[in-house]
Design a protein around this ligand. Structure first.
Ligand code: RRO
Length: 312
């Protein structure tokens, strides 16, 4: 199941979606067992911003029949706190580290990219163009011109792979993906959460402190499949597919739709070992289809990130 993604060797194609697995808390809870059985082939951090942030007022979560809404609002220690406290702990994980960053202007994103560009612990950067819970995340990622301008600004600042995380809350997601590719992105990831809202049954007022939130979980998997298919058909870059993955079959479907890697998100809230289970189930499915499908390293289109399941 090993795969090469943007020059990074991964043991298998299942990683985590940013912000859905707290590896530092998990290490405290599970000790070295976490390191021996780390559920993902790479670890993607929660979004880091330049300045520290408290995040949105509570409540921040609402459970739905097919998933959940979150309105977390990017709480984090800010760049300096992150470099001092979180990065050294994350560097002990047994897998490559991908840092997810978001800025409120091109200059801010540039500062974040430059800072992480210097750190050997960091294998790649994911640019969050898609947070549904703060305005600017969507402004940058919903407009192809803004996306291209951002990539053109940050591309010269690092030789590390840049993954553009796209929003599903845009009218033309493949156009944004093309803009990211033209601006110099090495890969794209999608989908982030879909903007949604829940009402307090007692008051009729919005339940979430942030009023609206991002919807994720099994209910969005059909949307993820359609958008991954559209984007992977539109650009010639590796794609990280995510959205409602909770089984090996869901992961397999995203690979068939054109993804090169698959990320597990909401499923990890219910079961922190979900990533390992999804990877094991996917291995089973891929070994069953081995004779009919390309194997790792045999990508017919010559790209570095092998498509392991043919698209039909
Ligand atoms: O922190 C959040 O509220 C958040 C982020 Br940064 C994101 O990218 N997607 C999401 O659903 N929530």
């Amino acid at each position: 199941m090993s795969v090469r993604f943007c020059g990074i060797e991964l043991a298998h194609p299942v990683i985590n979606a940013s912000g859905t697995f707290d590896a530092i808390a998990a290490r405290r809870a599970f000790g070295d067992t976490l390191l021996e059985h780390f559920p993902f082939a790479a670890f993607v951090s929660k979004t880091v911003t330049l300045a520290p942030r408290q995040g949105n007022p509570p409540p921040r979560l609402w459970e739905l029949p097919g998933g959940m809404l979150n309105s977390i609002g990017l709480p984090n220690k800010g760049l300096d706190g992150y470099l001092a406290h979180d990065l050294p702990e994350l560097a002990r994980l047994p897998v490559p580290l991908i840092i997810n960053v978001m800025g409120f202007s091109r200059r801010e994103v540039g500062e974040l990219v430059s800072a992480f560009a210097e750190r050997d612990e960091v294998a790649a950067l994911e640019l969050n163009l898609s947070c549904p819970n703060v305005e600017c995340g969507l402004v940058m990622g919903a407009d192809p011109h803004e996306t291209a301008a951002l990539l053109e600004h940050v591309r010269p600042l690092t030789g590390k792979p840049l993954i553009a995380k796209l929003t599903p809350n845009a009218s033309d997601v493949p156009a944004v993906a093309r803009a990211a590719a033209d601006g110099g992105a090495d890969a794209v990831s999608l989908i982030n959460t879909l903007r949604g809202m829940a009402l307090d049954p007692d008051t009729g007022e919005p339940w979430l402190g942030g009023i609206t939130g991002g919807m994720s979980g099994p209910a969005v998997s059909a949307i993820a499949l359609a958008q991954v298919h559209a984007v992977s058909s539109a650009i010639d870059l590796p794609v990280v597919g995510m959205g409602g993955v909770s089984s090996g079959r869901d992961a397999y479907d995203l690979l068939q739709a054109g993804a090169d890697l698959v990320a597990v998100g909401t499923a990890s809230f219910r079961d922190p070992a979900a990533g390992a289970r999804v990877a094991a189930e996917l291995a089973e499915l891929l070994s069953g289809s081995a004779s009919a499908s390309p194997q790792p390293g045999e990508a017919a289109d010559g790209r570095e990130c092998a498509r392991r399941v043919s698209r039909s």
